[in-house]
Design a protein. Structure first.
Length: 117
């Protein structure tokens, strides 16, 4: 099924129950805004609670394109020893290594994952 048609709404004031914890990383949760089951494409928010450390997931590599915009807060890349903050954007091709991350003060990212055909 393709992504749903949705008019403007505020996911930050919507029912908090839509935030789903990410297994294995305390303080990390996702809010899937739209998903296309036919293509696997996903648009989501990812929330790092203050002090969240994604080290249990290790360095990440995906089989999809990933675009990330930091909406609020900041994350620190432990491999690069570099901090990225609100307003910064990344576009990662399939296979690009990134993370793990720590968010001392918390962070929310907006992400789009796209599989190429």
């Amino acid at each position: 099924m393709p992504k749903p048609e949705m008019e403007f709404w505020d996911p930050f004031t919507a029912d908090d129950a839509k935030w789903e914890p990410i297994d294995g990383v305390p303080g990390l949760a996702e809010y899937v805004l739209a998903k296309d089951d036919d293509t696997g494409s996903v648009t989501r928010l990812l929330r790092f609670d203050p002090g969240c450390d994604s080290s249990p997931m290790g360095v990440q590599r995906h089989d999809f394109w990933e675009e990330v915009l930091i909406y609020s807060g900041a994350i620190h890349d432990l491999e690069l020893d570099q901090t990225f903050s609100a307003g910064q954007y990344a576009c990662r091709p399939p296979g690009m290594a990134h993370g793990p991350w720590v968010a001392p003060d918390g962070c929310v990212t907006f992400e789009v994952r796209t599989y190429e055909r």
